[in-house]
Design a binder for this molecule. Structure first.
Ligand SMILES: *[C@@H]1O[C@H](CO)[C@@H](O)[C@H](O)[C@H]1NC(C)=O
Ligand SMILES: *[C@@H]1O[C@H](CO)[C@@H](O)[C@H](O)[C@H]1NC(C)=O
Length: 173
């Protein structure tokens, strides 16, 4: 009986440890997020009224299909909408949103994720970047990383907007 109890106890401890380890190196894309910064080489698109001026709420799904819940403001009013991204034969994520978008994940850890997207609309390519945080704001270190990644894709520092102090339709969360 003692041995049985001990075994059950050990199994429980191991199970809990496994859970904890999972949470620690959580590089999951799914779950709740906040848009901390936006960037684009066409800045009108990330400013109020621009089609990329959108705020994430959450991402769900698996490796092949991801569904994002977002908010945007239209005439001062917040509305919720969703976007679906699928993995193409090339192994890259694509989504249809104001044109065709190729998406890459440039950086991810338990606090943030950085996406760079190529948007193609009417034959024109626009690059845009999104910095999502698990919290409404992120460290300067992560913001710096976002700047560096943006620069690599031809987006200058003055083409980045920090949204951490903006209303990102929190009321609807
Ligand atoms: C966007 O296009 C450029 C140039 O073709 C390429 O280097 C970059 O990897 C592309 N990015 C994405 C997210 O597809
Ligand atoms: C934005 O970047 C894309 C890809 O590098 C380029 O094709 C496009 O001309 C750029 N747009 C502007 C306005 O600089």
């Amino acid at each position: 009986m003692k041995i049985l109890l001990l075994t059950v106890g050990l199994a429980l401890v191991c199970g809990l440890q496994a859970l904890e380890n999972n949470a620690e190196d959580s590089t999951e894309i799914t779950g709740n997020w906040f848009t901390v910064a936006l960037a684009s080489n066409v800045t009108s698109k990330i400013e109020e009224g621009g089609s990329f001026h959108i705020f994430v709420k959450s991402i769900s799904g698996n490796n092949d299909v991801l569904q994002g819940e977002f908010f945007k403001r239209t005439n001062g009013k917040c509305i919720a909408f969703s976007v679906t991204a699928t993995t193409g034969e090339d192994g890259e994520l694509h989504t249809e949103y104001d044109g065709e978008n190729d998406i890459t994940v440039q950086s991810i850890d338990s606090e943030h994720v950085i996406f760079i997207l190529n948007n193609t609309k009417d034959g024109k390519v626009t690059v845009w970047g999104e910095l999502f945080g698990r919290t409404p704001d992120l460290s300067d270190e992560i913001k710096k990383k976002f700047e560096e990644i943006c620069e690599k894709f031809g987006i200058r520092k003055d083409q980045i907007r920090d949204l951490s102090n903006d209303d990102r339709c929190e009321k609807l969360r």
